[in-house]
Ligand binder design. Structure first.
Ligand code: SF4
Length: 179
């Protein structure tokens, strides 16, 4: 049986040793142990179920442990139509997640309201919380969801340790009246 290992981060290696920066080592560990919180409200959630299934197998990224508690999750996956009334609840879930945390908007509805340009539907979850990756499609196929997840992995892997304390990040949260 062959076992695939993750790509080594940048660093210096030799006979029996490898050295890299703390930031890269932590980024590598975080990127390969993301715990998602699925916030699924409609059809896109079904695509996510397929993504979790054996054929597409999100577990290959160490992501099979879904969290339904915001406090034990670091990736909020929003999938489906979000009504305006649900906006404050989504924001509450986001604020209950500990830092560092990431958000992926799966599908047209979560990204922009989709076909529901109506008085009752939030025209994109970035109206209430910051979003890191948008996945297009109505619905997106599991391959597209996996592509979005891999883009999140890249962000997680390359995020500097101090980013969450930076004035830019604090400013972003202030814009959303969070924190
Ligand atoms: S983007 Fe399309 S498939 Fe996804 S929740 Fe909206 S209507 Fe359903």
């Amino acid at each position: 049986m062959s076992i695939n290992t993750v790509e080594m981060p940048e660093g210096y290696g030799g006979e029996g040793f490898f050295a890299t920066s703390l930031s890269k080592a932590i980024g590598l560990a975080r990127a390969n142990s993301v715990w998602p919180l699925p916030f699924a409200t409609s059809c896109c959630g079904i695509e996510f179920m397929a993504t979790m299934g054996a054929n597409y197998d999100l577990a290959r990224f160490g992501m099979e442990r879904l969290s339904f508690s915001p406090r034990q999750a670091d990736l909020l996956m929003v999938m489906g139509t979000i009504a305006k009334k649900m906006g404050p609840i989504l924001k509450q879930v986001y604020t209950q997640m500990a830092e560092p945390k990431w958000v992926i908007a799966v599908g047209a509805c979560a990204s922009s309201g989709g076909i529901f340009d109506t008085y009752s539907v939030l025209q994109g979850i970035d109206k209430v919380i910051p979003v890191d990756v948008y996945v297009p499609g109505c619905p997106p196929r599991p391959e597209q969801i996996i592509d979005g997840v891999m883009k999140i992995h890249e962000l997680v892997k390359n995020e500097p340790l101090r980013r969450r304390y930076s004035p830019e990040y604090q400013h972003l949260l202030e814009k959303y009246q969070i924190g």
